[in-house]
Design a protein around this ligand. Structure first.
Ligand code: GLN
Length: 539
């Protein structure tokens, strides 16, 4: 039997308290002490995965190496820990029920009535223990989506109750709650936390540690009061004050000794101290940039903070590498047209055109790309952004006026972007795109190769359409080169214009692979080009 410890992170009072960041921060502190740690997210909704959800519902859909379409919290886990996650790190109620129902049909439970307890709860426990089974990890941290008390969360909370009972001191529960500040009375209020812990107790779970989100410091009296009402020791009441950046949270949790409380509860040694030198240096640079560049983020969900999460975070990593800050200027692609594009984009040091699906905002993206191409503004196009760059080049350089993607105009005479052969027969929507990592061979002498400094890379994908290779010779003759190609299928992965100061389109999603420890080379290089442009303009 492996000796893996299981830590659950639950939430109370409201959602959006930052369970993902607290989980990732604790994991970081344990990892910095030399432990092997992984994090998992259990989502109580009935979708099999978030891949079929609109960004308005769910924010970004994060894609793992093995092609799982997952919750964006997995992005935080990877960025903080510099590890890769997989399908096993994100389980939904839909997936749990699907597995139980499949087993029922196979006859696994023959003779039995299949019920929430024990069959659904067993399946949840199985999914949690799966990560710890082979002993690879010292800690498995499991974040439970939603809030304690939600109808949807009940089977998960019951599974936690059972695991705590079965595993005794190998299992621990951290409950994240809110301590609101009432301006009118000038007081921090503990009552919502007391109620939330009571609800948790009704379900049979006594949390071991309370992490309290707050906008004001919690003094000793308040900590003592929370401890008294919630049956935890005062040291186990951890303040989580609002931070300037999520990357500061591990340092704040270190000051509050969250890791020490966890280790002592699990009867584990308290030394050595975590080595956070690299992390501290990163946060220090992040908070003290030497200069700033402005990069336009063009997409159709720009008003939604979480829709392009990994792109925004990749820019933070790349900014620190370049000793600068990146101000992301979010511009709605539907608001851009040929007439206002100069006014909207003038003064930007770089333009990123975001991934996406469907027709809405595509002409605005194309207008923005034309502006960037013609004015020598550094440009990075991701997935649909790359496809739009191909369409723009076909129309305005090759003179193919009606060039388009068949996703948007199935009747076009010049389908420069077309559906992939393997996608033609696909009718089911969930999990059927070209997903996950694929190899890409980089062309000699290209910007791509100079950036990665490797012959062969692999990157993550999520798409159905591709560059139409029938047009490749025409593109290359006119200066747009396919500088990255999948060696097995010939699918074009990277298009670049060498005559331009920095113009790259990628069919894959570099943003999913950027981490604090390993900023993505394309983002680093793109921001560098933006810095260079800003300096030329300034001189
Ligand atoms: N809609 C495009 C496709 O399916 C691009 C997808 C994306 O940007 N992720 O190919």
């Amino acid at each position: 039997m492996s000796d893996t410890k299981y830590i659950f992170v639950t939430g109370g009072v409201t959602s959006s308290l930052g369970k993902g960041i607290i989980s990732a921060s604790l994991a970081k502190l344990l990892q910095a002490r030399g432990y092997q740690v992984t994090i998992q997210k259990l989502d109580p909704y009935i979708n099999i995965d978030p891949g079929t959800m609109n960004p308005y519902e769910h924010g970004e859909c994060y894609v793992t190496n093995d092609g799982a379409e997952t919750d964006l919290d997995l992005g935080h886990y990877e960025r903080f820990l510099n590890i890769t996650t997989s399908q096993a790190n994100n389980i939904t109620t839909g997936r749990v029920y699907q597995s139980v129902i499949n087993k029922e049909r196979e006859g696994v439970y023959l003779g039995k009535t299949v019920q929430v307890i024990p069959h659904i709860t067993d399946e949840i426990k199985r999914s949690v223990k799966l990560l710890g089974d082979d002993g690879e990890f010292d800690f498995v941290i499991t974040e439970i989506g939603g809030t304690v008390g939600d109808i949807e969360s009940l089977p998960y909370i019951e599974a936690v109750r059972q695991m705590k009972w079965e595993m005794k001191d190998r299992c621990l529960v951290i409950h994240l709650t809110l301590i609101p500040y009432l301006a009118a009375s000038g007081e921090l209020k503990t009552k919502p936390t007391q109620h939330s812990v009571k609800t948790f107790l009704e379900a049979g779970v006594q949390p071991d540690i309370l992490v309290c989100r707050t906008e004001r410091h919690l003094d000793d009296d308040i900590k003592r009061k929370i401890a008294l009402f919630c049956n935890v020791s005062k040291e186990a009441v951890i303040e989580s004050i609002d931070a300037d950046t999520i990357y500061e949270v591990p340092l704040l949790m270190k000051e509050e000794e969250l890791d020490k409380v966890v280790l002592s509860r699990l009867s584990m040694p308290l030394s050595p101290e975590p080595d956070l030198d690299g992390w501290r240096a990163f946060v220090d640079k992040l908070k003290n940039p030497k200069r700033e560049v402005r990069i336009g983020l063009i997409g159709k969900y720009v008003e939604l903070k979480d829709a392009y999460k990994s792109i925004a975070e990749s820019f933070i990593h790349a900014a620190v590498s370049n000793d600068c800050a990146v101000e992301l200027v979010r511009i709605h692609s539907e608001s851009i047209n040929e007439d206002n594009v100069t006014e909207l984009l003038e003064g930007l040091n770089g333009v990123l055109v975001a991934p996406g699906f469907g027709e809405r905002g595509v002409e605005g993206k194309i207008a923005a790309i034309k502006y960037a191409r013609e004015n020598g503004v550094p440009f990075l196009g991701i997935c649909l952004g790359m496809q739009c760059a191909v369409i723009e080049f076909a129309r305005n350089v090759l003179g193919l006026e009606d060039a388009h993607s068949t996703e948007i105009n199935p009747e076009t005479k010049n389908p420069v972007i077309d559906i992939m052969e393997a996608q033609k027969k696909v009718t089911i929507k969930g999990g059927t795109m070209r997903l996950g990592v694929y190899d890409c061979k980089l062309a000699d002498g290209s910007r791509a190769k100079a950036t990665y400094q490797e012959d062969m890379i692999n990157e993550r994908h999520r798409h159905r359409f591709e560059f139409n290779n029938e047009y490749l010779a025409d593109f290359e003759k006119s200066g747009m080169q396919a500088s990255g190609i999948n060696p097995d299928t010939g699918l074009v992965e990277i298009m670049e214009i060498q005559e331009h100061p920095w113009f790259v389109g990628v069919q894959y999603h570099p943003e999913y692979k950027s981490t604090v420890a390993n900023p993505h080379p394309f983002f680093v290089n793109f921001v560098k080009a933006a810095v260079e442009l800003s300096e030329t303009v300034a001189n």
